[in-house]
Design a protein around this ligand. Structure first.
Ligand code: CP
Ligand code: NVA
Length: 313
């Protein structure tokens, strides 16, 4: 009999809008349960007996803690694996590691500095592999961003989100989501830090309106939300050059004032105050960054339920 493909979650673009919507709606339902203190959380323990392997080759606060706590709340357990402490670090191949881990684990999250490592793990793993961030994309972040936007401003379809700064991994996943969920993205990036051409082309071919500017003021004009991220991502070596290139891309109060009157400020965190964002914007009522961080937990739970086939309870 043919083996069923595991429900990998590698990139937003691998899905239809319906699946992404299903995961976000499931996450919102899971969140509503959590906030109902009158009732024990997930007494049915839907992931009882299941184990998540959390393979993080790079630092993480939100991704690690949200997966650990979320898996626990759903009745499952977590094995945290540092690739450097595994035989991988001594040259065991990803193919062999994937086939071994598939015999122990029910789902694997990988954060890696090399996108090819994620693809290789997914190729060989017979259990679902979730992209926990690569230099190319960060799809799980965008699930939380969409949930956060919609909690504050209603359906995201037709809305305009401005991305200021580096055309990085988070920006790529945002553009892919724009195509599937039918919102618009306006990016302002300096020369040399444009978003991935492949991602822009894909998003446009799939119906997204993606506009690219160099001037942040043009990108934020009338936007319903302003997003930014660090100017120096994990693995970037050219910090000084980047600080110089991004000097005019700081999200400050004057820039926020050019967006729509009720515009939200989002940031995947960690933030670098005084670089990509000023304190006053970060701490302003428009800033929903800690709701966004909390929503990593709820969307991770929705995603785990979906990946393990428990989306219907
Ligand atoms: N936003 C995000 O992925 O945070 P961590 O690097 O802390 O996981
Ligand atoms: N773009 C950042 C996101 C961190 C969550 C990085 O890749 O380091």
């Amino acid at each position: 009999t043919e083996q069923q493909m595991p429900r990998h979650f590698l990139d937003i673009r691998d899905f239809s809008g319906d699946v992404i919507r299903q995961i976000i709606d499931l996450s919102a339902r899971v969140k509503a349960l959590q906030n109902n203190r009158a009732r024990p959380l997930h007494p049915e323990r839907p992931l009882e007996g299941r184990t998540l392997g959390l393979m993080l080759a790079q630092p993480s606060t939100r991704t690690r803690v949200s997966f650990e706590v979320g898996m626990g709340q759903l009745g499952g357990q977590v094995s945290v694996l540092s690739p450097g402490d595994m035989q991988l670090g001594r040259g065991e191949t990803i193919a062999d590691t994937a086939r071994v881990l598939s015999r122990f684990l029910d789902v694997i999250v990988l954060r890696t500095g090399k996108d090819e490592n994620l693809r290789e793990l997914a190729k060989w793993s017979t259990v679902p592999v979730i992209n926990g961030l690569t230099p190319v994309s960060h799809p799980i972040q965008i699930l939380a961003d969409v949930l956060t936007f919609e909690e504050h401003r209603g359906p995201i379809a037709g809305k305009t989100l401005a991305w200021i700064g580096d055309g990085n991994n988070v920006a790529t996943s945002l553009m892919e989501a724009a195509a599937l969920l039918k919102f618009n993205v306006r990016l302002a990036t300096p020369t040399g830090f444009a978003p991935s051409e492949r991602a822009v082309r894909w998003a446009r071919e799939n119906g997204a309106s993606i506009e690219i500017f160099h001037n942040p003021a043009e990108a934020v004009a009338g936007a319903d939300a302003v997003l930014t991220d660090t100017w120096v991502s994990m693995g970037d070596k050219d910090r000084e050059e980047r600080l110089e290139a991004f000097r005019h891309y700081q999200v400050d109060a004057a820039l926020m004032a050019k967006a729509a009157p009720e515009a939200l400020f989002l940031h995947c965190l960690p933030a670098h105050i005084g670089e990509e964002v000023t304190t006053d914007v970060f701490e302003s009522p428009a800033s929903v960054v800690f709701d966004e961080a909390e929503n990593r937990l709820h969307t991770q739970k929705g995603l785990l339920l979906w990946a393990l086939g428990r989306e219907n309870g």
